[in-house]
Design a protein around this ligand. Structure first.
Ligand code: ADP
Ligand code: MG
Length: 256
């Protein structure tokens, strides 16, 4: 069983310290929610784990499958089985969803075996059809240009489809609920739930409790000022729903 182990992670953007010692372990089969106010560093954690060049790790470690992933390139982390669904997915006009996904699969396969010819078109069609059926997506979606003119909900569904196709062991979902109306939220959550299972560990990053009504977390962590301030079970999210983040700020000695 694989686990992502983050130890005392400190990250700077420029000379500003944003992450101030994050400790977190996410195992396959577990769903963790990372909740916190805006601007506390949640996306910074996600980007740092995937190797975004704008984020400088100054201290700490992140281990996955026996490797310190902080030393790896983003594509190596991806091939190892880490996945990040972006808070703000970018549009790639001219590249269809299907082509993008086939390229991603082939990049993974070829990196593992240089003699690999890549997935055949019929094999890919079958795979994509199965994943889209599982996520209850209309087949016309595959022919559209990636995120080009997509609604907020469609962009997030495209991220979930990418996750379904790449079959990561650990997926980080950064504010997959942001900008979604309640119907889109339900549809996207159902897609994520369809992928849940003993082989997948998920870190759901969110500002709001409402996505957790659909995706029931095993653990909830509250993120404040670049650190996990408190961890608990699903009930911790409900307490936040009722009381907001203010009581935690007071508890931590900051003015509310
Ligand atoms: P969250 O995802 O919790 O809302 P972020 O990780 O996006 O928080 O941001 C954490 C902090 O880092 C914020 O104070 C934000 O202003 C700052 N920050 C984010 N991106 C940049 C950047 N490119 N340059 C400078 N500061 C940044
Ligand atoms: Mg964010």
């Amino acid at each position: 069983m694989s686990e992502l182990v983050i130890r005392d992670l400190h990250v700077n953007i420029g000379d500003k310290e944003i992450l101030k010692g994050v400790n977190l372990t996410v195992k396959q089969g577990e769903v963790h929610a990372l909740m916190g106010p805006n601007g506390t560093g949640k996306s910074t954690l996600a980007y740092s784990l995937m190797g975004h060049p704008g984020y400088t790790v100054t201290q700490g470690e992140a281990w996955f499958k026996g490797q310190n992933i902080l030393a790896l390139e983003p594509d190596q982390r991806s091939r190892l089985g880490l996945f990040l669904a972006f808070q703000y997915p970018v549009a790639i006009p001219g590249v269809s969803v299907a082509n993008f996904l086939r390229t991603a699969i082939n990049a993974h396969r070829k990196a593992e075996n240089s003699a690999e010819k890549g997935i055949t078109i019929p094999e890919f069609r079958k795979l994509l059809k199965g994943k889209m059926a599982m996520l209850k997506m209309d087949s016309s979606f595959a022919g559209r240009y990636l995120n080009d003119g997509f609604s907020g909900g469609e962009k997030k569904r495209a991220e979930v489809l990418q996750m379904a196709v790449l079959t990561p062991q650990i997926a980080i979902l950064d504010e997959t609920d942001s900008g979604l109306d309640i119907d889109a939220l339900r549809v996207v959550s159902e897609g994520i739930n369809a992928l849940r299972g003993p082989d997948l560990g998920v870190l759901v990053i969110t500002h709001y409790q409402r996505i957790l009504n659909y995706i029931k977390p095993d653990f909830v962590h509250i993120f404040m000022d670049g650190q996990i301030a408190m961890s608990g079970g699903a009930d911790l999210a409900l307490r936040l729903e009722e009381q907001g983040y203010e009581w935690l700020k007071e508890k931590n000695g900051e003015p509310a």
